[in-house]
Structures are given as C-alpha cells and as structure tokens.
Design a binder for this molecule. Structure first.
Ligand code: BG6
Length: 521
C-alpha cells in the first residue's frame, strides 16, 4: 500500500469513529401547516431517511390547527417534497416508506391545553419505548408562541427537565430569538424556566452549512494559516453575505426586522465569531460556544464613536439584477411607501483583544445586490516592497485568502507571481480549492445536518442563550445610534449594485476598499 493511501485510510477511520449515534425518537413539529415545515423540515427528514442516516425507527408528528387527517397531511407533504426536495424526481416508493412514519395531531397549540393532552396520548401509542421517551419538539411557530408552547409542554409532562437516562427531551427554536436584548433575555429566561439550557437548541441555519463548519477545521488544523491568524499578519477582514433577491413576499416581516435583525444579529455575527474566536479547549459544544461568546463580547462598543463612521445602512431602489427588472423596496408588497427600513447594512467592527487589536472587520449584507454570495476575505498586510518598487510601481497587491461559503464553495489564496518573460512584471495569481472538484457534489441542506445534530444531542452547531444576547447588545447599540433618523440620499442603492455609496466611506477612511467577491453568481 502506498503511504498516501495509508494516510487516507487513517483519516477515514478517524472520521468514521466520530460518527454520531442517533437513537430512535419522535419528532413533534408545531406549525405543521407552515412554510418552514413544507420547504425545509420534511424534505430534510426525507433525505436523511433516504440516505439511511435518520434514526430507525423515527416518528414525525405534526401539530397544527387546520382540520386534516394523517393521510391528507402526508399527501400535502408529498407535494411539498416534489417541489422542494434537492433530489429530483422524488421516488413515490421511497416516499411511501417514509410517509408511514408521519402522523398528524389537529389542535390549537397557542391556547388550547387539550391539544397537548391529545399529543401526549399519541406519543404514548408507540410500541417502542425509545419513541415514547426520546422526543424532539420543533417549534416552527411564530416566535411569539415559543414561550407558550414550551410552557404547555412542561405542564403536560411532555417536556421533562430530567428524563430518565438514557432518554431525552429537546426543544428546537428558530430565529428570531427576541427583537432586542431585553426581549431575547426575557425569552431565554422564560424558556429556561421549563427546560435546562442544554435542552434548548437555537437554530442559525448558517451553522449547518459545510463551509461555515469548515472555518474551524481550516483555522485550527493548518499550521500555515494558524500562525498568520492575527493582527500582525492580517490587515483586515471582509465578510460579505449578499443576496440577489429582494424581500419578495416577506415585506410584512421585513418591515419589522430589517437587515440588521434579519441577517447581522445572527448569520454575520456567527461567521465573525468563528473567524475571530480563540482556539477552544476541546471540540465540545460548550468549549466552542464559550470562545464564540468571548469574541462577540470583545467587540468594541459602538457607542465610542459616531455611528455613521462605523455602520452604514441602505435601502434598494429600482434597478436590474442579472438583467432582470427589480422594483424599489418601498414599492414591495406590505411595505410602507416612506419606509426607512434598511435592506443593506455595512459595518466596521474592532475586536478589542490581543489577537485582533485595531484590525478592522468589515461586514456587509444586503438584498437585491449584484450577486448572491457569502464569503470571508482575509486581507494580509503588505510586504515592505523595497525590491520591486522601481520596476513594478509602489503598489503590490496584498495577499488574500478567501473562504467562499456559497456559492462556488471553496478557498482561494491570492499571491503575487512573476509574469513569464524577460521583463520584471508582477501580477496577482490564485491557488484555488473547490469543494465540488475535491469532494464531488455533496450538498446536503443545512437543515439536514442541523436536525441530525439535534437528534444526536450535539449542540455545537446551535446558539447558546448568552451568544444570542451578546449579539443583540451589538445590534441594539446600532439601532440606538440610528434612532429614528430618516434615510439620506447616499443611503439608497440601485438594485443590482454592491450597496450605497456611503458604504465606501467606511472602508475608505482606513485606506481600504470593498473587494468584489470571488464566488458570486
Ligand atoms: C434567512 C433570512 O435567515 O437567511 C433571509 O431571514 C435570507 O432573509 C436567508 O434570505 C439567507 O440564507 P441563505 O442560506 O440563502 O444565505
């Protein structure tokens, strides 16, 4: 056997030995008739079932108010799967096998306690004691119902704080967790009255993305980069999460949320925390989460300088994205015609700790931008450039490392090289790693991974209460800084652009500029 083959074997053995054991369980979905259930949850469970990684056996019970029976709910979900499954066409035979595990419990879970009694007796019908005792409660409900449902689960004896080992009960909640620090803390306190913090799984679907998980692996398993991951080597970091769609049918929600609450509070700050955190003492969920919270808490308070020098908001006006006409945000359905809600946020943050002191982190996110793209660009410091200035000019491109989170998932390193020939000319070139060419088209949806982890009881990819609160305190200080000021002319941007002009001032003040993302499409 070749040495390299032997190495491959060793790696594969190591990975296999860490495969998660997922015990048979019942999954109860509150909000069974909703969009999330149809678009994401059921297709994800179905794929896990097809890939033979779902618990065996598994039972899924949907709870919702609408009158229907098991069969009609299954048919509804079949249609949803045909539309939203990532593997097309969906095989009816596979579906039939999967659908035998799906049940419907009709009832109002907001106020009617009888629904929980009915649910309890349905859960108790399972013959396998593991299905009766291992239960994942998924709250695909309005956020305002999280607390009531959890309280009812507790009162009905379905959500035991201390189930008999080895059985377990867990609650999964989706963002938004509150709309500011005060409401998030109140919700966290309320939830922990009924369940231990370790039973609560707060989802941020960005953490379910392979490329986001790879940030930790990449940082802490490569000595070349690990040694350079600090202010001495890194000039600044840019995190871009741009979208090429407008708010579509979600105008009503967006008017309440805006880009700051919808994207920055969760996805962008989570990515930032992974890029900036110190090495955890182990790969245990708590160790990783401890370090992420520390990174978030080290962010320099935004109250120390005028907000406009640190954060820029924007709102799209009509334009074209990929040649397609887009209307202005203010013309979208259920949006006020004089709305000041931001569809873009650009910001400059400093992390006041030993590693990052004075190295800016630029973050930006927006709807209806030029391309859909999530990536992290690590911009290294320049060399003294005393050797090549005469021949090549004073400006040499700095090295940059780009983690392309989506699409065109991969990592590239940009460095300078000599253009072949007798003259001394230098230009930047790239080394590129692409997930698809290295690993093939392995593209599980973020929800598949997250559901599996929640059933396996690994909370690493979920957000702890204190992380949510640390992120809200940053967001709150920005909102306070903005107060009720209306948007100014320079804060509007054309759909199909990279954001408002005002965002360029953020980077320009430091002699930087936003870089065109590599992976956008
Ligand atoms: C969601 C936001 O959390 O993330 C949406 O509510 C946004 O507004 C979406 O479109 C983006 O997710 P992704 O995975 O497409 O980058």
């Amino acid at each position: 056997m070749e040495f390299s083959e032997h190495l491959d074997e060793l790696m594969i053995c190591r990975l296999d030995s860490t495969k998660k054991e997922v015990e048979p369980c019942t999954v109860v979905i509150f909000g069974a008739s909703g969009d999330l259930t149809a678009r994401k949850l059921i297709p994800a469970f179905f794929h896990l079932f097809q890939d033979k990684v779902a618990p065996d056996p598994i039972r899924i019970i949907g709870v919702a108010r609408r009158e229907k029976d098991h069969e009609s709910w299954r048919e509804e979900l079949w249609e949803a799967c045909c539309r939203f499954s990532r593997t097309q066409p969906v095989e009816r035979q596979d579906w039939e096998k999967f659908a035998q595990n799906i049940f419907y419990c009709q009832g109002d879970y907001g106020s009617d306690f009888a629904t929980f009694e009915r649910l309890k007796s349905m859960v108790g019908e399972a013959e396998d004691e593991r299905l009766r005792n291992n239960i994942l409660f998924y709250l695909a409900t309005k956020p305002s119902q999280f607390l009531d449902v959890t309280a009812h689960l507790d009162e009905s004896g379905l959500l035991l704080r201390d189930p008999d080992p080895p059985f377990w009960r867990r609650v999964v909640v989706e963002k938004p967790i509150g709309h500011d620090l005060a409401s998030a803390s109140a919700l966290n306190q309320g939830l922990t009255k009924h369940a231990h913090e370790k039973q609560i799984y707060r989802i941020d679907h960005y953490l379910g993305k392979e490329t986001v998980q790879n940030i930790l692996m990449f940082r802490f398993s490569n000595s070349v980069f690990e040694q350079l991951w600090n202010r001495q080597a890194i000039d600044h970091v840019q995190i871009t999460v741009s979208e090429d769609m407008g708010v579509g049918g979600r105008g009503g929600y967006y008017e309440e949320a805006g880009a700051l609450r919808d994207m920055v509070q969760n996805h962008l700050l989570q990515v930032l925390a992974l890029v900036a955190m110190e090495p955890p003492v182990s790969l245990e969920a708590e160790s990783i989460r401890d370090e992420k919270v520390k990174a978030l808490r080290s962010i320099r308070p935004l109250s120390l300088a005028p907000i406009e020098t640190q954060v820029v908001r924007g709102q799209y006006v009509g334009g074209k994205v990929h040649g397609e006409k887009r209307i202005a945000y203010r013309d979208e359905d259920r949006v006020a015609e004089d709305s000041n809600v931001e569809t873009y946020v650009g910001m400059k943050l400093y992390i006041d700790n030993w590693r990052w002191s004075n190295a800016p982190f630029y973050l930006r996110t927006g709807k209806n931008m030029k391309a859909k793209c999530s990536e992290v660009r690590i911009q290294f410091r320049s060399t003294p450039n005393v050797l090549f200035a005469a021949q090549c000019g004073t400006k040499l491109d700095n090295n940059a490392l780009t983690l392309r989170l989506q699409p065109n998932e991969g990592i590239s390193l940009r460095f300078n090289g000599k253009i072949p020939g007798s003259t001394m000319q230098i230009r930047p070139v790239r080394m590129d790693f692409r997930y698809d060419s290295e690993f093939g088209a392995y593209t599980p949806e973020a929800y598949e991974r997250l559901l599996l982890e929640a059933m396996a009881g690994d909370a690493t990819l979920f957000i702890r209460g204190d992380e949510v609160e640390a992120a809200w305190s940053i967001v709150d200080s920005i909102r306070e800084g903005w107060s009720d000021q209306p948007l100014t002319e320079r804060e509007f941007y054309k759909a199909g652009s990279w954001g408002p002009d005002a965002a360029d001032d953020l980077t320009a003040r430091q002699g930087h500029n936003w870089r065109e993302p590599e992976g956008g499409k």
